[in-house]
Design a binder for this molecule. Structure first.
Ligand code: BEZ
Length: 258
């Protein structure tokens, strides 16, 4: 789920789609875990530009893609004219009919304001026994990237940036799911170093793409030197001979509505 308001996060849907295809490419194993069956109804929560929504639909399901960003939904609707998409807030949505499954890839970490409200909405959107299958950033996700950002911001005398992500530990999220009325069937927590193939500018490009709103409060003349410093600080951990690598950590789970 991505929100358009500047206080939360802005997204450039076209750049996201063309330059960051890995967000979608890495979703394939999660679709296998979802195991969508023909005729099932599935809600894709935080669908972005709808690439995985279309993959799920291709399995013969009825699928609704939902995202907090109207620009993402605009692109999704244009690129997948036969599919249904809607703008919605993951922590405050209702659906007209109950779904067999809710699927979410690389989106729940954007919904950290009230994760219990998100889980409550997902539960209400599901039939009894319905599945909640998702992957998100887990504790330690992007640690080198965010530590480089925090250090660079501090070095430039800027206020500490309020990072917009929620990366829970497996234990924390499992407790939330159980308290929220789910039975956890599978929970995996693993490193997934991810090549930033499309980021010639390295960590600086990543910050521009995913944390662009944090640059709004930075004096324009400071932005470039600040990002150069982010690169210098992140390079020892993340720059390889083959290119830049993001230090992603994944939390993947399958739960059923109890
Ligand atoms: C992630 O997929 O882990 C992620 C992507 C962008 C910003 C933060 C986290």
């Amino acid at each position: 789920m991505r929100y358009d308001t500047p206080s939360l996060m802005r997204w450039n849907a076209r750049a996201y789609d063309s330059s960051f295809g890995y967000v979608s490419a890495h979703g394939a194993p999660l679709i296998e875990l979802l195991d969508p069956q023909p005729g099932e109804s599935i809600l894709d929560l935080g669908c972005g530009t709808g690439v995985l929504t279309a993959d799920i639909a291709a399995r013969g399901t009825r699928v609704l893609g939902m995202d907090g960003s109207s620009s993402m939904i605009e692109v999704a609707t244009l690129q997948h004219p036969g599919l249904d998409f809607v703008v919605g807030d993951g922590a405050n949505f209702r659906v007209g009919e109950a779904y067999d499954a809710v699927f979410s890839n690389a989106a729940l970490h954007w919904m950290g304001r009230d994760p219990d409200a998100v889980i409550r909405c997902v539960r209400m959107a599901l039939t009894p026994g319905g599945r909640f299958v998702a992957e998100m950033g887990g504790a330690g996700n992007c640690a080198a990237l965010t530590s480089a950002m925090l250090t660079a911001w501090r070095e430039y005398g800027l206020p500490e940036p309020d990072l917009p992500w929620y990366f829970p530990t497996p234990a924390e999220y499992a407790v939330r799911l159980e308290h929220g009325g789910f039975t956890v069937r599978l929970l995996e927590y693993f490193d997934r170093p991810t090549p930033l193939d499309e980021c010639p500018g390295g960590a600086a490009d990543w910050v521009r793409m995913f944390a662009g709103s944090l640059l709004d409060g930075v004096p324009p003349a400071t932005v470039e030197p600040l990002l150069t410093r982010v690169n210098e600080l992140a390079a020892p951990a993340l720059r390889r001979e083959s290119g830049w690598m993001a230090d992603y950590v994944r939390l993947r789970f399958a739960a059923v509505r109890a």
